[in-house]
Design a protein around this ligand. Structure first.
Ligand code: NDP
Length: 249
């Protein structure tokens, strides 16, 4: 295998981890996996029913009781995130990890056909919301003895590709945010990295590649080792890096 880290049921014992886009796809799998590794997860996402389903899953698996935060990143403002930070502080006393996973694909189209409103929405959800969340959460990340913030990149986040439009732009910006923060906080208890999941069997992938056979793709569960590794203190020395879950993409 490309990555040989093995997690266990105490890998993330008592860590408090916020996962965005926790209701579906990779984020759902990561939230459940983190809970299986002993973490207290805060499930943020757009569709409440999906979050409730993940919540039930975690309890059925014997995980610690999660929290649910239904929030649409396209409309949320700094005060929503500051309110969330206050709630996390009073409930848990600190924040040990954030997985920035939620994002939208937008329309894949020739650059000249990108609508201004679509550009704004993709940048709002994929980039600006992450800036606002980091800003609001820094005080409670500082209360953690060892915090890990993980962003989600893509192969089009390091090399542009025709027709990948605002999504590609947003993933480059995400990388830039990660690297800037990693350098700024390199002598602190907070580290910042990103993950490129590679082709993974989810709704987003099916929308981007409608002709592809999903059964040939890795499932979210198969790419979880990298997701746990970066939250686990075993990777404490890793900062400012982009980790690839799958060889070759
Ligand atoms: P999915 O579309 O399957 O899931 C995305 C999740 O983000 C959903 O739970 C969705 O919630 C949530 N979300 C989307 N918009 C908002 C919003 N406005 N507010 C709150 N939550 C929102 O995507 P994947 O699981 O495939 O992707 C996860 C990450 O991995 C993304 O950052 C993606 O760019 C990246 N990636 C994925 C690859 C792949 O092959 N799958 C390859 C490379 C990168 P809801 O369901 O309620 O709408």
């Amino acid at each position: 295998p490309h990555f040989s880290f093995e997690s266990h049921e105490k890998s993330l014992e008592n860590k408090v981890i916020l996962v965005t886009g926790a209701g579906d796809g990779i984020g759902k799998e990561a939230a459940i996996k983190y809970a299986k590794c002993g973490a207290r997860v805060i499930l943020l996402g757009k569709t409440t029913e999906k979050l409730e389903h993940v919540y039930d899953n975690i309890l059925e698996l014997g995980g610690k009781q999660p929290s649910i935060v239904p929030l649409d990143l396209s409309g949320a403002t700094l005060s929503h995130y500051e309110g969330l930070a206050d709630t996390i502080a009073s409930e848990y006393g600190r924040l040990d990890g954030i997985l920035f996973n939620a994002s939208i694909l937008g329309n894949l189209c020739p650059f000249g056909q990108i609508k201004e409103s679509e550009f704004d929405e993709v940048i709002q959800v994929n980039v600006k919301s992450q800036f606002l969340i980091v800003k609001a959460m820094l005080p409670i990340l500082k209360m953690s003895p060892a915090a890990s913030v993980v962003f989600t990149s893509s192969s089009v986040g390091s090399k542009g590709r025709a027709f990948w439009s605002t999504y590609s732009v947003s993933k480059f910006a995400t990388e830039g945010m990660m690297q800037t923060l990693a350098d700024e906080y390199k002598n602190s208890h907070i580290r910042f990295n990103s993950i490129n999941p590679g082709a993974t069997r989810t709704n987003m992938r099916a929308k981007a590649f409608p002709a592809e056979d999903p059964s040939e793709l890795k499932t979210p569960s198969q790419i979880m080792p990298t997701y746990v590794y970066l939250m686990d203190d075993v990777s404490r020395g890793i900062n400012g890096q982009l980790l690839h879950c799958q060889a070759g993409n």
